[in-house]
Design a protein around this ligand. Structure first.
Ligand SMILES: [Zn+2]
Length: 258
């Protein structure tokens, strides 16, 4: 059950890259203090779990939507820049705003699963986790018109039950290699840019938020909105193409029927 076991000890022993360690620490810090203890700050993930893809590409991902206040603004910005991204949607938010979820997909973005509710999965027994992920998967699949390929647990805190349930649904679990800490009340466009840029490399996966989850500052998405153009400029100047996880060169989700 535990958050300690994660996706498997083999990967932990085999891989100890700096980026993976940073991701593990980041994932823990984003969670509540109780989860910090459970997840363990020294967890190490495989590069594909961290979202390390092809070196000439950067995956842009947004968590926690859809939100009718903020998501349309992000969609307009991305359309103006001709960029598509991956939106990790909360199933309950999709149920509330199915049309908006469908509009994200219609704009060419990739829809993925961020749980049914924005709660720590460690709170639930494995069967409940599997049921929640299946429901979220179906909500997102209906909105997108195609089954989602990727799953990211709320707060980035993964349990082995969630990882296995996502795998059974044909979804690869992907965290991130850098983030903007854009959920905090003190976040500004420049602070989000600097935080993303510090750990951004070719092949990286950027975590941002197109809305505020329960633990985020309510208007924090405004800092994200201000930061995205500068992040896109940085990637352009570095020669990295920005796109969704589906174009990131990750292996196909395990067990996925093609
Ligand atoms: Zn989230």
């Amino acid at each position: 059950m535990s958050g300690r076991s994660g996706p498997g000890g083999r990967a932990r022993r085999r891989l100890a890259g700096t980026a993976a360690v940073a991701v593990a620490g980041a994932a823990a810090v984003h969670a509540a203090p109780a989860a910090l203890a459970l997840a363990g700050p020294r967890r190490v993930f495989a590069p594909t779990l961290a979202g390390t893809g092809r070196a000439d590409h950067v995956a842009l991902t947004f968590d926690d939507g859809p939100d009718p206040t903020s998501t349309p603004r992000m969609l307009r910005l991305l359309a103006d820049r001709g960029v598509t991204a991956t939106f990790f949607l909360v199933g309950a938010n999709v149920a509330r705003h199915p049309q908006l979820a469908a509009e994200i997909a219609a704009a060419g973005h990739e829809l993925a699963v961020h749980g049914l509710h924005h709660r720590l999965l460690l709170r639930y027994p494995p069967r409940r986790v599997a049921d929640h992920l299946a429901r979220a998967h179906d909500l997102v699949a209906t909105a997108a018109g195609t089954p989602p390929r990727f799953f990211r647990p709320p707060y980035g805190v993964l349990s082995s039950a969630a990882w296995a349930a996502a795998r059974r649904l044909g979804m690869r679990t992907v965290l991130w290699t850098t983030w903007g800490r854009d959920w905090t009340a003190r976040a500004t466009g420049p602070s989000v840019y600097r935080t993303v840029a510090r750990d951004l490399r070719g092949g990286g996966t950027i975590l941002l938020h197109d809305t505020a989850s329960d633990t985020a500052a309510p208007e924090s998405w405004r800092a994200t909105l201000a930061a995205v153009p500068t992040i896109l400029d940085l990637c352009r100047d570095a020669g990295w193409k920005v796109g969704p996880l589906g174009d990131h060169g990750l292996p196909d989700p395990p067990g996925r029927a093609r």
